[in-house]
Design a protein around this ligand. Structure first.
Ligand SMILES: NC(=O)c1ccc[n+]([C@@H]2O[C@H](COP(=O)([O-])OP(=O)(O)OC[C@H]3O[C@@H](n4cnc5c(N)ncnc54)[C@H](O)[C@@H]3O)[C@@H](O)[C@H]2O)c1
Length: 354
């Protein structure tokens, strides 16, 4: 297969983990006879520095012409002036809107030998295998913002069609798993959540009556995620709740650096990025965990290129590397040897080659 992939390394550790993602894709290409070509573009702080724009038009054009997009991370203290008119995050939010990727998939699976890296007790992590579907292009992150000297506001709007399409998306995934869907909202307080719950109830009753649907308030969901995480299968929720709950869920797996994500939608192009940010505290040191990025590449192979065998092999390579003791600093416990980003990528690559 021939495929063009746009690489958006971005800021902080973004370029370091993106290099790992490109490297494993090249290895997959060599092993399976695929021809992957890459177009490297600016986004976020790097877009501001090079083009005075967090989402340069060349970046959007390249993404639209590609089969898929890989993004590292955006943001950092350099661009953190609260009064600045242009901010790195505008690049990421703008790209998600431009590619119309309304559904963000974040799988959380536990690799057994990493259970010591999680702050949770080991018995709570047994059988954890959940999928968070986060609505990505609506809600408070996209609503109108206002600020004056004494107050500020962020508008949260959800339209029926936005809720309908994300619930259908999540319910279809639930059908292919354990037939369990948990919808998370704050319907006791927020009007947008009451609409979310009404629309969800209707869609599930009329189109997915065989799926067991449960509604949980977001505060309770935050508690259950750490008190009984194995009970969840597919969780679907709105933009901000999903952002927060998936950072919490990342600690089940041991580190922010472990979790991948895929953003999909009506458009042709999928966006793949680890869930972590630019990690300014470790940027430039070569110690970032590349597993979240490499797992995102596996999702790219599966969802955008329909290369199931290659995706499974790459996920198994991450699993095998970790089960065989490979550790970056964020997931090392006791006296385990600590690998750099490059060394970790190499160990995973070694598990990949036949
Ligand atoms: N999608 C994105 O691009 C995205 C997401 C979240 C935050 N951000 C931005 O990133 C910057 C830093 O935000 P933050 O500190 O809240 O979150 P962060 O995810 O960057 O870092 C949180 C903690 O996790 C660690 N960490 C994250 N990824 C890691 C990895 N791969 N390997 C090892 N350790 C890792 C960091 O060192 C840090 O201690 C901010 O500017 C924020 O706006 C960007």
């Amino acid at each position: 297969m021939d495929a063009l992939i746009t690489l958006l390394p971005g800021d902080g550790i973004g370029p370091e983990v993106t290099k790992s993602g490109q490297s494993v894709l090249e290895t997959i290409g060599e092993e399976f006879g695929h021809n992957f070509t890459f177009s490297r573009q600016h986004i976020g702080g790097s877009g501001i520095d090079h083009c005075n724009d967090p989402l340069p038009s060349d970046t959007v054009s390249s993404c639209n012409e590609s089969n898929a997009v890989i993004l590292g991370a955006v943001g950092g203290p350099k661009w953190d002036n609260p009064n600045a008119k242009i901010r790195p995050e505008q690049g990421l939010l703008g790209l998600r809107a431009a590619l119309k990727v309304f559904a963000n998939i974040r799988p959380v699976k536990i690799i057994p030998s990493l259970s010591k890296a999680s702050p949770l007790k080991e018995h709570l992590l047994k059988n954890v295998d959940l999928l968070v579907i986060r609505e990505l292009t609506g809600g408070i992150y996209f609503g109108e913002k206002q600020r004056n000297d004494s107050s500020a506001s962020d508008l949260c709007i959800y339209h029926n069609y936005e809720v309908e399409r994300i619930i259908r998306f999540a319910a279809n995934l639930a059908k292919s798993r354990r037939n369990k869907l948990c919808s998370v909202d704050k319907a006791n307080v927020l009007e947008t959540s009451r609409l979310w719950r009404d629309v969800t109830t209707k869609i599930m009753a009329s189109e997915f009556s065989s799926i067991n649907i449960e509604h949980i308030l977001v505060d309770a969901a935050a508690m259950y995620l750490i008190s009984r995480p194995a009970d969840f299968d597919v969780i679907v929720t709105e933009n901000m709740f999903g952002d927060i709950l998936t950072d919490e869920a990342s600690m089940l797996s041991g580190s922010m650096g472990m979790l991948p994500s895929a953003s999909l939608g009506d458009g042709r192009v999928g966006l793949y990025e680890p869930i972590h940010g630019s990690a300014p505290d470790i940027a430039g040191k070569g110690i970032a965990n590349p597993c979240g990025m490499i797992g995102s590449v596996a999702l790219l192979l599966r969802h955008s290129l329909d290369l199931q065998e290659e995706a499974d092999l790459l996920e198994k390579a991450i699993y095998d590397a970790i089960e065989n003791g490979a550790r970056t600093a964020d997931i090392a416990t006791n006296n385990e040897k600590i690998l750099s980003t490059e060394e970790m990528t190499q160990v995973i690559t070694n598990c990949l080659v036949k």
